[in-house]
Design a protein around this ligand. Structure first.
Ligand code: GH3
Ligand code: MG
Ligand code: MG
Ligand code: MG
Length: 311
């Protein structure tokens, strides 16, 4: 039997601020075979401002991982037909959920058993009956760490842009959206011209600064809904959702022209840098095919003498 939730008892609503925005509610998946327990957890978590998804059947776990994409998972230890530890093993088998925090929740008081459960893929062990404050604060702490780790993992450290892997992940996501909404999408590849010469002439640190300068430039001039990634060394990728090919070409051409006018400082000297760009519109095909078309367009820009945008 579970007590009614007293909001006053709960930890104050989670309002962590970063960049002036309220942090998105944590997506918490709860698996407990007891419907009453599951409902109670749902109430507690929702009152704490979290996005809770409750399942009572262990068989639903795979589907829930896929459709809900949890950031934190809470598992009951004993369920009919399986244990929380077995479920944890299934979760850990998926690359994407390899380090998602897993919190066990059980009436189990035997510390040896608790520690054994932890050794099998769990991060915390909370005992029933749950103390709402303890639960919410555990989720909050685990969630914050998981998010900051994830934020580091998806970024390139030199430029702060998305890294190669995450850029491709975003591209797949955007393509999936386009399939549903029947919207256009463009993908652009950018490669700095004669960048080796910049390094050779002015040194590697100046070269690094040029990479950061182009990153900032792209961030400032593209929309918030566009995604910018560092695809490789001096190559960048831009995903432009809801954009037609002619618009993408115009935007990137404008950026190309402005960037080429920018003076890059090097001690008491100044120099300028250009880039070439290839644009491709999504044609209902795979992200791989789209990338290949953008790459070929980029190659044509290089062939045509560089400092231009080709679609
Ligand atoms: P092209 O116009 O044909 O693209 O010529 P390029 O010189 O730009 O192309 P190339 O592929 O020959 O050289 C790329 C250079 O980019 C070589 C490499 O040292 C440099 N580079 C790659 N990553 C970094 C980095 O993180 N920092 C710096 N400073 N240079 C980098
Ligand atoms: Mg149970
Ligand atoms: Mg290159
Ligand atoms: Mg280059």
């Amino acid at each position: 039997f579970y007590p009614a939730v007293d909001p006053g008892q709960l930890i104050e609503k989670i309002e962590t601020y970063t960049h002036g925005n309220t942090v998105e509610p944590y997506r918490v998946l709860v698996l407990d075979d007891s419907r009453a327990q599951a409902k109670y957890m749902e109430t507690v978590l929702k009152k704490a401002g979290m996005n809770a998804h409750i399942i009572t059947d262990p068989m639903e776990i795979i589907h829930a991982l896929e459709s809900f994409s949890p950031e934190i998972i809470i598992l009951d230890m004993y369920m009919p037909g399986c244990t929380g530890m077995e479920i944890a093993r299934v979760i850990r088998q998926q690359d994407r959920f390899h380090s998602v925090p897993i919190i066990y929740l059980s009436a189990e008081e035997d510390v040896t058993k608790q520690l054994h459960a932890m050794s099998l893929g769990g991060d915390d062990f909370l005992t029933k009956p749950i103390d709402p404050k303890h639960l919410v604060s555990t989720i909050h702490n685990r969630g914050r760490r998981a998010r900051s780790l994830l934020a580091l993992m998806i970024r390139d450290s030199l430029t702060g842009l998305f890294n190669h892997t995450h850029t491709l992940h975003l591209l797949d996501q955007e393509i999936a959206k386009c399939r549903q909404k029947d919207q256009p999408l463009c993908f652009a590849m950018i490669d700095i011209d004669y960048f080796k010469k910049v390094n050779d002439t002015f040194g590697h640190p100046i070269g690094d600064r040029v990479l950061r300068s182009l990153s900032m430039f792209l961030k400032q001039r593209l929309r918030k809904t566009d995604h910018i990634g560092r695809y490789g060394g001096e190559e960048f990728a831009v995903i432009l959702p809801d954009t037609r090919e002619s618009d993408a070409r115009n935007v990137l051409n404008e950026i190309r022209e402005r960037f080429s006018e920018l003076l890059q400082p090097a001690g008491n000297r100044e120099f300028s840098v250009t880039f070439s760009c290839g644009v491709a519109a999504w044609k209902g095909d795979s992200s791989q095919a789209l990338c290949e078309r953008a790459d070929r367009a980029l190659y044509r820009s290089k062939e045509q003498g560089r400092n231009c945008v080709t679609a």
